[in-house]
Design a protein around this ligand. Sequence first.
Ligand SMILES: NC(=O)c1ccc[n+]([C@@H]2O[C@H](COP(=O)([O-])OP(=O)(O)OC[C@H]3O[C@@H](n4cnc5c(N)ncnc54)[C@H](O)[C@@H]3O)[C@@H](O)[C@H]2O)c1
Ligand SMILES: O=C(O)C(=O)C[C@@H](O)[C@H](O)[C@H](O)COP(=O)(O)O
Ligand SMILES: [Zn+2]
Length: 365
Amino acid sequence: MNHVLIEVKSKTYKVYIDGGLRSKIGEMMESVLTSPISSVLIITDSSVAPLYLDDIVGSFHEKLPIYTTVIKSGEASKSFEVYEQVMTKALESRLDRKSVIVALGGGVVGDLAGFVASTYMRGIRFVQVPTTLLAHDSSVGGKVAINHPLGKNMVGSFHQPEAVFYDTEALYSLPEQEWRSGFAEVIKHGFIRNNSFLNWLQAEVTSFEELPLELVNQMLEKSLAVKADIVAEDELESGVRAYLNFGHTLGHAIEAESGYGVVTHGEAVAIGMIFALKLSEKIFEIDLDVKKYEAWFKRLGYKTRISNKLNVSRLVTKMQNDKKAESGTIRMVLLREIEEALLVEVPPNIIEQLLVEQMEVENNG
Ligand SMILES: NC(=O)c1ccc[n+]([C@@H]2O[C@H](COP(=O)([O-])OP(=O)(O)OC[C@H]3O[C@@H](n4cnc5c(N)ncnc54)[C@H](O)[C@@H]3O)[C@@H](O)[C@H]2O)c1
Ligand SMILES: O=C(O)C(=O)C[C@@H](O)[C@H](O)[C@H](O)COP(=O)(O)O
Ligand SMILES: [Zn+2]
C-alpha cells in the first residue's frame, strides 16, 4: 500500500493512501498503534456518517468498545459549543488515556476532533481518516483548532495524529465545490515549493469533472510531499512552516467576515493567493504572470476577487489579528518568484489600497 512518511520532531507517522482502505482501518489501527487501545470514539459529521460510518465501525469487528458522535456538517461546527458537546460525549463514554479518537471526515472534523484529542485529559491519541481532498492538508502536520468569531483557528494546539488513513475512493462522493476547495491547497503547495508540480497541475487539471483516481493519487502524493517536507523542517511554525499560510491571511479574514461556512476554506484561500501574487508583483516590482494563473483559476470556477459585500477596513483588522502578525503589523507570505516564498511585513495602507482594487465589480466574478 502507498504511504507518505511524516517525520516531525515530536513523532513519525504514515499517511496510508489506498482506494477502499476504510474497511481495513480497525485492523490497521491495532497493528500500527504501538500500545494497546482501550476504546474508540469516532467523530464524524452529518454528511459523512450515512456514507462511511458503518464501514469504519465494521472494520473493528466488535473487538473494542466503539462510541460514535455525529456533528452537524460545516465550518460552523468548529465552535466552542460543538467542542463542549463532543467533550461531553467523550466523558460520558468514559474514554481513558488508552482510548483513541478517530476523526472521520474533512478538515472540520479533523481540526475539531484533533483539538478534542489534544485537550481531553490533557491529551490522548487520535487518528485521521480524511474524506475530502482538502483534508490531505488538514490531516497532516498536527494543527488542530476551533474558530472564534474574531478569527479563524484562534483556539487550538499542535497535536500530531498516530496515523492517517486516506481512502481516496471516498473522495468520489464529494460535490464539485469541495473538489474545488481542496484543490486550492494542492495549488498552494505548488506555488510555495514546486514549480514543476504547478505546471503539471495546469496541464492536467482543467475541470473537476471525473478526475481519474490514478491522477488524484499522483496529485496527492506530490502535494503531500511538499507538506511533509515543510513540517519536517519546522513542526511548530517558527520559520518555514508559515509558507503553508500562503493565501491564508486574506483567506481567513474573508471566511471570518463572511460568516464561517459561507465561503469554503479553499475558495477563500484561492482569492487570497491571487491577492498575494498581485501584492508580490507590486512589492518586489516583478512579473509573476498573475494573469495566467487568474485565468486558470476562473476556468476552474474560482472567484478571484473579493465580494463587494465585505468591508475593507474590517478585513484589514482581521488580517492584523492573524497568528503571524506581530504587534498589530500584517505579515503575509509573498512570492519573490514561483516556489520562492517568504514572510513579509506589509504596511496596512498598501493592503487596503489593493483590497479596494481587487473588490468585485458587477459581472466581474
Ligand atoms: N489543520 C490544518 O492544517 C488545516 C489545513 C487546511 C484546512 N484546515 C481546515 O479544514 C477545514 C476545511 O476542511 P474541508 O474543506 O474538508 O471541509 P469540511 O470538513 O467542512 O468538508 C466539506 C463538506 O464536505 C462534506 N464531506 C466530507 N467528506 C465527504 C465525502 N467523502 N463525500 C461527500 N461529502 C463529504 C462535509 O460534510 C462538508 O459538508 C477548515 O476549517 C480549515 O480551516 C485545516
Ligand atoms: O499546516 C499548516 O501550517 C498550514 O498553515 C495549513 C493551512 O492550509 C491550514 O489552513 C491551517 O489550518 C492554517 O493555519 P493557521 O495557523 O493560520 O490557523
Ligand atoms: Zn488552509
